[in-house]
Design a binder for this molecule. Structure first.
Ligand code: GLN
Length: 304
């Protein structure tokens, strides 16, 4: 399959269409990003790779990191993590508080903010140096020692982080946060601030397309079963209350972030990352979703 021709054609056509989306402004630092950036990069399990547009520009991956923090926690703690959070779609916004009261502080899944905060709490309890150890894990799976947190973005989110602060305290009131809430929030904001380009992001997620193994290196990050489950969670929960729509239109497991990135995985074939900062009303990149819908339609390949 010649992905290059299809990627170039869709990218060119979409560049010229109107984009009704809006850049996230509740994190002041993110509002400074050029809204018209548009990059795409595919990394294939068999070693093929191709990118177009701003595919080498770094951007804030935000909630996409939740998949990586889940991966490390699942690797270290196995099935025991499911006593602290669920794996059902929430049908609510990424930062919603509403279900936590009736669910007694057990978040619906690890890809909403509430669940990601509990995952950060578990990592703090088991790692010696959570911020450094998590960064080392991301660097290892991506084969990229240059990956860093963005202190500016983390600080900017901390200042305006009222809702996440409320979520963390609310969960703690039910006894489902073990550590100090400030420590959990700092780690959460830092993890969300990691910056990657589309090229780096698609490469990082390749092990989800390859049965848990980093292609070419033989390094097994997760078991086949763990990757099956994380891909299932991406499919059902990766786009919050737009996960059904995403599955309907695109048909691949993936994850979005408020920085405008989306990464998708086609098991056995590829990982693809698309970045365009203007978001739709659900907080998912408008153009990245359009791109991926056209991509799976034109290639006639999805998991369905
Ligand atoms: N750091 C962001 C937040 O907590 C992540 C949200 C997102 O990317 N959807 O609000």
């Amino acid at each position: 399959m010649d992905y290059k021709v299809i990627i170039d054609e869709i990218h060119k056509n979409l560049r010229e269409t109107d984009n009704p989306g809006k850049v996230a402004e509740y994190i002041p630092e993110l509002a400074k990003v050029d809204p018209d950036k548009f990059g795409v990069h595919i990394s294939e399990v068999n070693g093929g790779a191709y990118g177009t547009g701003n595919y080498r520009d770094k951007f804030s991956i935000q909630s996409i990191v939740k998949v990586l923090s889940l991966a490390l926690t699942y690797k270290l703690r196995g099935e025991s993590i499911w006593s602290r959070l669920g794996y059902e779609p929430s049908g609510t916004a990424f930062n919603s508080l509403v279900q936590l009261e009736s669910d007694r502080g057990i978040p619906k899944n690890p890809l909403i903010n509430a669940g990601a905060l509990v995952i950060c709490d578990i990592l703090i309890s088991i790692l010696d140096d959570p911020e450094q150890d998590f960064l080392d894990f991301v660097r290892e799976v991506s084969d990229n020692e240059s990956i860093e947190y963005s202190m500016n973005i983390a600080a900017s989110e901390r200042v305006a982080g009222y809702l996440n602060i409320a979520l963390c305290n609310f969960i703690k009131s039910f006894g489902n946060i073990e550590n100090d809430t400030d420590q959990v929030l700092d780690f959460y904001f830092k993890s969300c601030s990691i910056e990657l380009s589309c090229e780096e992001l698609s490469k990082t997620f390749l092990f989800f397309a390859n049965g848990g193994q980093k292609p070419g290196t033989g390094g097994q990050v997760l078991t086949v079963s763990q990757v099956k489950r994380i891909n299932a969670i991406m499919q059902t929960c990766g786009f919050y209350d737009e996960s059904g729509d995403f599955a309907f239109r695109v048909g691949l497991p993936g994850k979005s972030g408020i920085g405008g990135g989306i990464v998708d995985v086609h098991p056995g074939k590829y990982s693809i990352a698309v970045w365009s900062p203007r978001l739709n009303k659900k907080g998912n990149s408008y153009l990245a979703m359009e791109f991926l819908e056209q991509f799976t339609t034109k290639t006639q390949m999805s998991i369905f």
